[in-house]
Design a binder for this molecule. Structure first.
Ligand code: IMP
Ligand code: MG
Length: 191
């Protein structure tokens, strides 16, 4: 597999913010921290899709506990680079999580509205313990008070894509996380 540092910058990106190898290195550390929190117990992972799919796939392979996986689908951006009002629940959970150890995973914590809403849904189902893990945290953009238990990288207020993060459903397949060119953020062709 080519290392990110050898990969030319994608033409739609202004810069790379976090490389594939930095992501994978940090995920190993997060796996260790999850182990410290949950010990040998079974963990029910809830991944907020689509954005968290890559992160979830890599993180769950760093956890050797027995795991169950469920996904919840939320929509917050409609082809925009700023959150549009209230996040919408598109598809809810299918597993029973009462009295379970739950690990909630998202790609990025921005205004906090999505994770606040999903945490409320989960807490109403009375899990034994809820741990929230995000790959990226744009602390400066928070509109509701929400802190994740585990954060991969704190980043500034730039719209980023790659490694599961999208703009208008594009760029999820990029290996690195990068800042999208600002002229593309207003591009009607991408809508
Ligand atoms: P929040 O509800 O504002 O915290 O938004 C969280 C959701 O918005 C995340 O799950 C992402 O899907 C999306 N999001 C926030 N910032 C970015 C970004 O820079 N790039 C891509 N998606 C983002
Ligand atoms: Mg998302």
């Amino acid at each position: 597999m080519p290392d990110s540092k050898d990969t030319p910058l994608h033409p739609d990106l202004e810069s790379v913010l976090v490389t594939q190898s930095q992501i994978l290195g940090r995920i190993k550390e997060l796996g260790q921290q999850i182990k410290e929190i949950h010990g040998e117990e079974e963990i029910t992972i809830i991944s907020i899709i689509n954005g968290a799919i890559m992160f979830t796939a890599d993180l769950m392979r760093e956890i050797d506990n027995p795991v169950r996986l469920d996904c919840i689908r939320i929509s917050s951006y409609q082809n925009e680079t700023k959150s549009m009002g209230t996040p919408k629940l598109i598809h809810s959970l299918t597993l029973d999580i009462a009295n379970r150890n739950v690990l909630l995973i998202d790609d990025i914590l921005d205004t906090g509205k999505t994770l606040e809403m999903v945490s409320d849904i989960i807490n109403k189902l009375e899990p034994a313990k809820l741990t929230v893990c995000v790959l990226l945290d744009k602390e400066g953009r928070r509109e509701v008070k929400f802190d994740a238990d585990l954060v991969g990288f704190k980043i500034s207020d730039k719209f980023v894509v790659g490694y599961g993060l999208d703009f208008a459903e594009r760029y999820r397949n990029l290996r690195d996380i990068g800042v999208l060119n600002s002229d593309l953020q207003n591009s009607p062709e991408l809508a």
